[in-house]
Design a protein around this ligand. Structure first.
Ligand code: SF4
Length: 214
């Protein structure tokens, strides 16, 4: 086993050994650069590989919108794109020990990444996931090539108030039907506060947040 694979595997194993429950939630490890976080949700052990329902990467740190309350911190982050060779290298290692049901491509705004098609190919080629879902604010969706629609399985469009998109909801849904892409058109008019400046002492609320988290 290469030392890199060993390090990553150890990292995962340390998460598993920290709890007796089979289901793990909201684990975050950092692969590649420190600003790239991979979120591992519902982590369980399955035979020789770990399995989880969802894994998410940020293709860009920045975004073409500046929403007040952005949970990603994108309005404050500099222009930054995930490195395709680095991602490819990371997934080659990760896929040996992990399988996910859904691989989410998020940001910032992932459609701003000039190599998004290559990224989808890299994720697909790694066989780390069953499905690939793109999460976007939809503003640049009219520029997406047919190839992108053909390569993904799911599309999540976050619709923020007052933001104009060239493609209407009907057009987006119709593209989804044409390419057999499952589309979630999510109207988002409130933001979830993710960072607290003080301890949350409401244990019922803490339990509810834990249960509902992703
Ligand atoms: S569209 Fe999403 S990522 Fe971009 S600023 Fe708004 S909330 Fe943040």
């Amino acid at each position: 086993m290469s030392s890199r694979l060993h390090n990553i595997k150890s990292k995962f194993q340390s998460y598993i050994s920290t709890s007796s429950a089979s289901l793990r939630k909201s684990r975050v490890i950092s692969l590649g650069s420190p600003s790239r976080k991979i979120h591992l949700l519902g982590l369980i052990s399955r035979r020789h590989k770990l399995a989880t329902r969802s894994l998410e990467i940020n293709l860009t740190a920045h975004c073409n919108l500046k929403c007040y309350g952005c949970g990603r911190g994108s309005p404050a982050l500099a222009e930054d794109y995930i490195s395709v060779p680095q991602l490819s290298e990371d997934l080659a290692v990760l896929s040996k020990i992990l399988h996910v049901r859904e691989f989410k491509l998020a940001g910032g705004e992932p459609l701003q990444h000039p190599e998004i098609l290559k990224i989808v190919d890299v994720v697909r080629g790694s066989s780390v996931a069953d499905q690939i879902t793109l999460i976007t604010n939809g503003v640049l969706l009219h520029q997406a090539q047919d190839d992108l629609w053909k390569k993904i399985d799911g599309l999540w469009v976050s619709v923020y108030p007052g933001v104009k998109r060239r493609l209407s909801r009907d057009q987006i849904m119709s593209m989804g039907r044409k390419h057999r892409v499952k589309v979630w058109y999510k109207i988002t008019d409130t933001f979830t506060r993710r960072v607290l400046n003080s301890e949350n002492r409401d244990s019922d609320l803490v339990r509810q947040i834990y249960a509902d988290c992703y």
